[in-house]
Design a protein around this ligand. Structure first.
Ligand code: PLP
Length: 638
């Protein structure tokens, strides 16, 4: 449907509508030409490069849409920002420990990403957190010397052995004990290999936090030790004369925690655990507070699941000050503070760009000003409603009357009492009524509940060349919101209201919740398509968790990935290009052998030649096309 007409549309209106200055702060913005830019900070000033230029560079290198774009500068900057902000908070509070960050590999395991994290993180001694054997293998081959390695998750003998050997490779490798059953194995292997372990204990913090991911904390969390188990582990370590190995206390309150007050409560409780373990004689030196630092996806800075009611500086200050305030009265030395911020470190640096293939409109086609003489009385009633729209004030009654009229006419059609042409006329009259009512709702401050769904029901469908399940799985699985907006044309008012549907044949494959002007809305204002011109949408801040959670629904595979670095002198370099999955690759993931498929198809075509249905030249063309498709992209290609 169309949205309200705006006479003097400016870039400011576009920025306010899509919220880009709020969620994109410092990283994304709009330029005078109405294009979304990526902004990279340099000592000499900020360089802004339009996304359209970057996309053109990728397309020129043979990477069509959809495309995952990684911007190295943004990752570099985020690592710097988190570390420097903690340092500033430490200086401000007069805290006597240091800050040490750790990147949890599960948040984005992609090889290129881990490499960049280790490279940019080196100046801050950024460590890694591994939660499985596969992640441990990545860490052991990636982490710079003397790096901090935190091992969570289930630990079998191989995992424990590798972790112990890691200490000989100069790493400071902590086994975080999540259940009392893990300790005997670690002790046994440590004695067998003659390598003393570094140990941490994960505690269950009872303070509940808000957000979409709350199950990681509280009594019923499947992770961490209860107070009784904690005492048991300490006793066991004392008996084995290994208490000096226990140097770290770990807790993880959850991911994307929206309220700073919840974080403060959790940190206070963790600090109390820390204090009492020290008083039990454990030589603790690190307090690891896990992840949870949220991203303000909506840009609204509020206590709701897709946002947060604090800035990075508030988070850092709260952690540092709360630990100090809890430990100081007890005379306990300030620990080094470790955090495992994954989302906050990586989300900004990736965005998905896809083109719109087609649109569907739900609006009335022009219909005659008078009804045909043989029209059914029910059509006549609907038409009368339409003609009196301008004089009615009761929009609810009119809409309900129109709905009832349309239902009646649909029933008459099913019963064979009206024909296809009259049904079509009735549907058009109904749409015209609905559109009129929707246009009058714009002026209302509160929309009556009876009319609440009207706008969404009239929204256009924009068909996007991407798969929600492959590229944005959390939008489907848990209703996660990401900022979505066109990457250019912001000098024009977006005159359509739309939802976005993906390529999969699945009614869940869509984006239908957006943040528009700071509010959750069921439709997104977009521009009408133009002939011969791609309309490109960007999904922003999606670098955390999406890539490996994505699946092969309808056999849409990985998208192309292009990593770029913005240069201080302007422009950008393409650093790394990864081709998306080919159809053959995706088929082999589900146990087909592309070669066998090809041969089976070829012999079928040969059969058609034998039967005289096809010439040899046609056979050759078809066989070549099949082969080309096997090696092609799984997405729509122009
Ligand atoms: C998932 C996880 C994290 C990352 O949390 P974010 O909210 O992404 O920062 C950190 N630590 C542990 C133990 C985790 O399981």
């Amino acid at each position: 449907m169309t949205s309200e007409p705006t006479t003097h549309w400016t870039i400011k209106d576009a920025a306010a509508l899509y919220g880009i200055d709020a969620w994109g702060k410092g990283n994304f913005g709009l330029n005078a030409a109405g294009e979304v830019t990526v902004k990279a900070p340099f000592v000499s000033g900020e360089i802004a490069v339009p996304l359209t230029e970057i996309v053109a560079g990728a397309v020129a290198r043979g990477h069509n849409m959809p495309l995952l774009l990684r911007i190295e500068n943004l990752l570099d900057d985020r690592i710097r920002l988190i570390n420097e902000t903690f340092r500033a908070a430490i200086a401000d509070v007069g805290y006597r420990g240091e800050y040490q960050g750790v990147f949890p590999i599960k948040v984005n395991q992609q090889c290129q990403v881990i490499k960049e994290i280790c490279r940019f993180g080196a100046r801050y001694h950024l460590g890694l957190e591994a939660g499985s054997k596969a992640e441990l293998l990545i860490a052991l081959a990636s982490l710079p010397e003397h790096g901090l390695l935190i091992l969570n998750g289930y630990k079998d003998r191989e995992f424990v052995d590798l972790g112990l050997w890691a200490n000989k490779l100069s790493y400071r490798c902590f086994f975080v004990i999540e259940s009392p059953a893990e300790l005997p194995l670690i002790i046994e292997r440590s004695r067998a290999l003659g390598i003393a372990p570094l140990l941490g204990v994960r505690v269950k913090v009872s303070a509940k936090v808000g957000g979409l991911w709350t199950e990681t904390s509280g009594d019923r969390s499947s992770f961490g030790l209860s107070p009784t188990q904690l005492i048991g582990v300490v006793e066991q370590l004392k008996n084995e004369e290994l208490l000096d190995c226990l140097q770290l206390l770990h807790c993880h309150l959850g991911s994307q925690i929206p309220a700073l007050a919840d974080i403060r409560t959790g940190v206070r409780e963790a600090s109390r655990f820390y204090a009492d373990l020290v008083r039990e004689g454990a030589p603790l030196s690190c307090l690891d507070l896990g992840g949870g630092l949220a991203i303000d996806y909506t840009g609204t800075l509020e206590n709701q699941v897709h946002s947060r009611d604090y800035q990075l500086a508030d988070y850092c200050h709260t952690l540092v000050a709360t630990i100090a305030a809890t430990l100081d009265p007890l005379g306990i030395t300030h620990p080094h503070i470790v955090t495992e911020s994954g989302r906050a470190m990586i989300a900004h640096s990736s965005l998905l760009i896809f083109n719109i293939l087609d649109t569907m409109h739900f609006e009335a086609e022009p219909f005659p000003k008078t009804l045909p003489p043989d029209a059914h009385p029910a059509t006549g009633q609907l038409f009368t409603l339409f003609k009196h729209l301008a004089d009615t004030d009761d929009l609810i009654a009119t809409y309900q009357g129109a709905l009832a009229g349309r239902d009646t006419l649909r029933e008459l059609f099913r019963g064979g009492e009206i024909n296809l042409r009259e049904r079509s006329l009735a549907e058009n009259i109904f749409l015209a009524i609905a559109q009129h009512i929707a246009s009058r709702l714009v002026a209302l401050t509160t929309i009556p509940a009876e009319l609440a769904g009207l706008k969404a029901n009239l929204a256009d469908i924009y068909y996007g060349n991407f798969s929600v399940f492959q590229s944005l799985p959390d939008t489907w699985a848990i209703g996660q919101l990401f900022p979505v907006m066109p990457i250019n044309r912001h000098l024009e008012a977006p005159t359509r209201e739309a939802i976005i549907s993906d390529l999969t044949c699945d009614c869940d494959g869509k984006l239908d919740t957006f943040i528009v002007a700071g509010k959750e809305q069921s439709t997104l204002p977009l521009h009408p398509l133009r002939d011969e011109e791609d309309y490109l949408l960007g999904v922003f801040l999606m670098g955390a968790y999406q890539e490996t959670l994505g699946d092969l629904h309808n056999l849409f595979g990985d998208t192309h990935v292009v990593s770029i670095r913005i240069n201080e002198g302007g422009g950008f370099d393409v650093l790394n290009e990864l081709n998306g999955d080919t159809i053959a690759e995706v088929l082999s993931f589900v146990e087909y052998h592309p070669q066998t498929l090809f041969e089976a198809f070829r012999s079928r075509v040969e059969g058609a030649v034998r039967a005289g249905r096809m010439s040899v030249a046609e056979r050759q063309q078809l066989v070549e096309e099949y082969a080309a498709n096997l090696n092609g992209y799984t997405y729509f290609e122009q």
